[in-house]
Each structure stands twice: as structure tokens, then as C-alpha cells.
Design a protein around this ligand. Structure first.
Ligand SMILES: C[S@@+](CC[C@H](N)C(=O)[O-])C[C@H]1O[C@@H](n2cnc3c(N)ncnc32)[C@H](O)[C@@H]1O
Length: 287
């Protein structure tokens, strides 16, 4: 089984990318608390990358405008706000979720640690921020809306960095990318979580089967777990892939913008069945 890398993309393992961005400088204590309170102890490497990407922009010469789509408890937004504070940078994070900031809810999900601080309680995101992350929260505006509504009505100037981790459907991501293209200048970056490369589980070589695979590949909705995609020399590869819509939206975006954006894939540490060996982030940079 092997992962499928799109043509023209560069690939960097997470540790190498982090080393390129400079020494890891977030306080261990603060990070551990953020992962426990805001992620229930479940992963957080994407936050480390976002933190370093913000630091990397410390010489921007203007206040940073950051968009975070998919707030949940606020982990990604907090990591970026913390970086701005640590580097003494001007800037603001706008984070969007369909979940209201003051809605009481239980945030715990099964894959998280059973003794995480929010297990078995109902609490609003606003209260979590007040209790644990007051300084960072002052650098964040939480907006309750669909991402598309916020983007269509964007009033905060050019976006320097966007992190897309909201709806993982093809249609939503395609729309988000398309609007962001108009809101971003050269050198700006869009990072997408859950960019799974896909793992090939079979190859179709016979002519009739190829024909069927070709038809199915065009007709099936992009969210199918197993789908045929073109391989090399007229063969079709049956691919197992989570969030296929994200990869499809990114590929189309790059094709349609023909050379205006570049793609770097950051392969992330895998976390069992939920985020397997092909779990990656996609970083799109505007030329
Ligand atoms: C995977 S979570 C985000 C995790 C968060 N970024 C982090 O680092 O912990 C996805 C969130 O996106 C929100 N969401 C889903 N579809 C959305 C949409 N169309 N617009 C805004 N938010 C959306 C969900 O309510 C959910 O809270």
C-alpha cells in the first residue's frame, strides 16, 4: 500500500517542516494545558505548526489578519493568538463556527482522554476561554456563522493566514478557497487540516474494468471511502481515503488558478485508525 502524492506538490514530514520554521518555542506548560482543555488530550501537532507559521510572519510590517474556520473549543485559534502574544506582534484572529460562543455543551468525545478537564460537564466555549485563556481570547473574535457567510461578507482586510478546519465537504472547501483567493495577497497562506493523501488498495489493469472504473470515478460523489482515480499508463487505482472532498477541492483550485498558488503537503504523525498514515495538512501559498 502506498500513499498518492499529487503531481507538482512538495512533501515535508512534520518534524522537518517544524525545523525549517525555527526552534519550537511555545511554552511546554501552556501547550500541554491547551491540548488537555481544548482538545481533550487528543493530538495538537497542527497547532504547533500554526504557532510557528505565525512566528514566521513576525516581520510582516502590518497587523496580521488571521482566519480560523472551525473553532470547536478554540484550540487552533488559541495557538495562533498565543504566537502573536509571545512574539509581541500586532494582529487578530477571526474564528468561525456554527456553534454559538455561549452555547452550553458537552465537548468530550470518545477518542479523548477520559479524565480530560471538560469530561462529564457542559460548558460554553466563552466560559472555557474566560477560565483558562483570557489573554489569548483578547486577540480573538469568535463569530457564529457558516464560513461561507463570513467570507462573503468579509470586512477585515486582506487575510495573511487562513486555517480551514470547518466543514470537510468538497462543496464547502471549494467555496472557502475560491473566496479566499480574492481576499489574499502574494505570500499569504491557506492551511487545510485533514488533507488525506489516500492509500492505494488495488490497481485495475484490464481494459473493461478500467472502463468501469473510469465511469465510476467520474460519477461517484467525492465523499466515498473507496474510489477509483486515474493512475499511471491508463490504469485506475482504487483509493481508500478520508475526506476525499478536501483533496478534490484543493486539486481543482490549483488547476483553475494555474500556477498562482503552490502546494506543500505536511505529513503528520498518524493517530491510529482516526488519522492514519496518510494524514497530512495542505499548505497553499499564493505566489
Ligand atoms: C474539527 S473541528 C475544529 C477543530 C479546531 N480547529 C481545533 O484545532 O481544535 C470542526 C468545527 O467546524 C465547525 N463547522 C463545521 N462546518 C462549518 C461551517 N460550514 N462553517 C463554520 N464552522 C463549521 C464544527 O461545528 C466544528 O466545531
Amino acid at each position: 500500500m502506498k500513499t498518492l502524492i499529487p503531481v507538482g506538490a512538495s512533501v515535508a514530514p512534520f518534524e522537518r517542516k517544524m525545523a525549517e520554521l525555527g526552534p519550537r518555542s511555545v511554552s511546554e506548560e501552556w501547550y500541554d494545558r491547551a491540548v488537555r482543555v481544548l482538545r481533550g488530550g487528543d493530538g495538537g501537532e497542527h497547532g504547533l505548526l500554526l504557532y510557528q507559521l505565525i512566528l514566521h510572519r513576525s516581520g510582516a510590517g502590518h497587523p496580521l489578519v488571521v482566519l480560523d474556520v472551525g473553532t470547536a473549543r478554540g484550540f487552533s485559534a488559541m495557538m495562533m493568538a498565543r504566537a502573536m502574544l509571545d512574539a509581541n506582534m500586532a494582529g487578530h484572529v477571526y474564528t468561525v463556527d456554527v456553534i454559538d460562543h455561549d452555547e452550553l455543551r458537552g465537548w468530550h468525545v470518545e477518542k479523548q482522554e477520559p479524565d480530560e478537564p471538560l469530561a462529564r460537564i457542559e460548558i460554553a466555549r466563552s466560559e472555557i476561554w474566560n477560565r483558562w485563556f483570557g489573554d489569548e481570547a483578547a486577540r480573538i473574535t469568535a463569530v457564529t456563522a457558516q464560513s461561507s457567510d463570513v467570507l462573503d461578507d468579509w470586512k477585515h482586510g486582506p487575510v495573511d493566514l487562513a486555517f480551514l478546519d470547518g466543514s470537510h465537504t468538497y462543496a464547502s472547501v471549494k467555496r472557502e478557497l475560491s473566496v479566499l483567493d480574492c481576499l489574499m495577497a502574494g505570500g499569504s497562506e491557506i492551511v487545510l487540516d485533514d488533507y488525506h493523501l489516500g492509500v492505494s488498495v488495488a490497481r485495475v489493469h484490464s481494459r473493461p474494468l478500467n472502463a468501469i472504473a473510469w465511469v465510476l470515478g467520474r460519477a461517484l460523489p467525492p465523499t466515498r471511502k473507496l474510489s477509483p482515480v486515474p493512475g499511471e499508463s491508463n490504469e485506475y487505482v482504487i483509493v481508500k481515503q478520508r475526506f476525499y472532498g478536501i483533496r478534490k477541492a484543493v486539486s481543482e483550485f490549483l488547476e483553475e488558478r494555474d500556477g498562482q498558488w503552490s502546494l506543500e503537503i505536511i505529513s503528520m504523525p498518524s493517530r491510529g485508525e482516526y488519522q492514519g498514515s496518510d494524514y497530512s495538512l495542505a499548505a497553499l501559498t499564493k505566489e
